[in-house]
Write a protein that binds this ligand. Structure first.
Ligand code: FAD
Ligand code: NAD
Length: 474
């Protein structure tokens, strides 16, 4: 086989593997280089998302939700279960099986689409050549007309709380505890801190979350964040806001840490410490010095609005470039770049990318928050509807939270939708479609929603924008 390709993708995460499949679908001779080593020591495609991110975290969130529900939801249904226990090997084993199923699935998809996989570290050389160094140190060079850089991201390490993989861990470590830590410290009340903190809290760990910023979930709409904070606190997560970690030290089987807030310095001893203070674009060893590809001040690969690096035939997508670090954002960029390379009209709408946090209640949003609209001076109307008035949510005993819709005061166009409540990860999709089609709250208000469903909360919030919700006072 010739080692000249139309497209080489470096990185097989949700950005890279999707780009490779789409490029191959479009008839381009495509290779994908990835260095990720799975738990079995073999190549595991799928990147952070499939191996140590989206998929395993959702597997553990779902298992722990089932366990927590036994004591916190089933009694309300008149069902009692005594002496429920978690078999940790089976709990983690189920997650590992799901990961293997999906990473293996990518290998099958590559085969079916005739994408050639390479296992090793890829380095872009001048002239769109890619040098691949295998785990055994063996090197080979392949070349292509187009190279797509999709090297993803890695956790940020704090210099005073370095990962040791045993006591002070990152997301990968917190997905693989062999027993439930009695006391878990979490640095960062961001998406990972809340999701993985919830997993271990539901299994009985005492979880303390230390967040540097004074506001909880600053990226979310303030009303939604307020409800979520109240619920998480009720569940037992001790969330300390405006608190900065000063030091953390592993001693014997404990981690001793000190954090500072407005009241001074506090000491805390935990069994495990998860540091989840954000991720950084990963470009270590990716670029030879003379490629001309530039990095910005945060180490991200610089690209234009078409994900082009400015170097002929070199593109970059996913967590390694600007924009939210979300799997679906990277995948859509991957599709768009493959289509641009093939001379088609690719497209990613950054204004309607949904965010979901898979806690209980779940949090989801798309578009602008109320604070952003105020800052931008955009006139808006607000409609809200509580899940407490939704029959289905009450029947499920999950009637917590609300849907909040923001529409332009004059045109009624939907500008943002923010939710906290049951299954809002699914409900947000309807709003994304409406926003993508430049829909108005009136459009959603006129659509027939099945009864009794959770989606009625979206319908009622849309009605509430014009103060005509049926099942609440306006
Ligand atoms: P990655 O998934 O990081 O993949 C990059 C791949 O490139 C890796 O396999 C890496 O080994 C490989 N690589 C890097 N450099 C080289 C090189 N030089 N040569 C060869 N291979 C290389 N996002 C969501 O949208 N929903 C979620 O629910 C969600 N949950 C998450 C939970 C956790 C715990 C974490 C950590 C992240 C989560 N994310 C979630 C974020 C999501 O995982 C990332 O946004 C997504 O994986 C980014 O995709 P990517 O393809 O850009 O990079
Ligand atoms: P994050 O940016 O979501 O949250 C990090 C938090 O740590 C922030 O609130 C920040 O203020 C805080 N922080 C930073 N330095 C600190 C310090 N020294 N002490 C205390 N707090 C500090 O980052 P993350 O949770 O690490 O997740 C990384 C990214 O992965 C997310 O931004 C998201 O893009 C992606 N992700 C997405 C999902 C999802 O879509 N459901 C799930 C997990 C991760």
């Amino acid at each position: 086989m010739s080692d000249k390709f139309d497209v080489i993708v470096i990185g097989a995460g949700p950005a890279g593997y999707v780009a490779a499949i789409r490029a191959a679908q479009l008839g381009l001779k495509t290779a994908c280089v990835d260095a990720f080593v799975g738990k079995d020591g073999k190549q595991a495609l799928g990147g952070t998302c499939l191996n140590v991110g989206c998929i395993p975290s959702k597997a553990l969130l779902d298992s722990s939700k089932q366990f927590y529900g036994l004591s916190h939801n089933l009694p309300a249904h008149g069902i009692s279960v005594k002496d429920a226990k978690v078999d940790m090997a089976a709990f983690i084993g189920r997650k590992d099986k799901i990961v293997k199923q999906f990473t293996g699935g990518i290998a099958q998809l590559f085969k079916a689409n005739k994408v050639t996989p390479f296992f090793g570290k890829g380095k872009l050389l001048k002239g769109n050549q890619v040098e691949i160094t295998g785990n055994d140190g063996a090197r080979q060079t392949i070349s292509a007309t187009n190279v797509i850089l999709a090297s993803g991201s890695v956790p940020i390490e704090l210099p005073f709380a370095k990962f040791d993989g045993k006591h002070i861990v990152d997301n990968a470590g917190a997905l693989d505890f062999t027993e439930v830590p009695k006391r878990l410290g979490v640095i960062g009340a961001g998406v990972i801190g809340l999701e993985l903190g919830s997993v271990w809290n539901r299994l009985g760990a005492e979880v303390t979350v230390i967040e540097a910023l004074p506001d909880f979930l600053g990226a979310a709409d303030a009303d939604i964040a307020k409800i979520a904070l109240k619920e998480f606190t009720k569940q037992g997560l001790a969330i300390k806001l405006g608190a900065k970690l000063a030091k953390a030290e592993a001693k014997k089987n404990e981690v001793h840490l000190t954090y500072e807030d407005k009241d001074g310095a506090h000491d805390l001893v935990v069994d495990k410490l998860l540091v989840a203070v954000g991720r950084r674009a990963y470009t270590d060893g990716l670029l030879a010095e003379d490629t001309g590809v530039k990095l910005d001040e945060r180490g991200r690969i610089v690209v234009d609005e078409h994900n082009h690096t400015g170097v002929d035939g070199v593109w970059a997508i996913g967590d390694a470039v600007r924009g939210p670090m979300l799997a679906h954002k990277g995948s859509e960029e991957g599709v768009a770049v493959a289509e641009w390379i093939a001379g088609k009209a690719g497209h990613v709408d950054f204004d309607t990318i949904p965010w979901v946090i898979y806690t209980e209640p779940e949090i989801a949003w798309a578009g602008k928050t109320e604070k952003q609209l105020k800052e931008e001076g955009v006139p808006y109307k607000v409609g809200t509807f509580p899940f407490a008035a939704i029959g289905r949510a009450v029947a499920m005993n999950e009637a917590v939270g609300q849907v909040k819709m923001l529409a332009h005061a004059e045109t009624d166009r939907i500008l943002g939708v923010h939710m906290v409540g049951p299954c809002v990860s699914e409900l947000i999709a309807e709003c994304v479609v409406a926003m993508e089609f430049k829909g108005s709250s009136e459009d959603l208000a006129r659509i027939v929603h099945a009864h009794p469903t959770l989606s009625e909360a979206v319908h009622e919030a849309a009605l509430s924008v014009d103060k005509r919700a049926i099942h609440k006072g306006n």
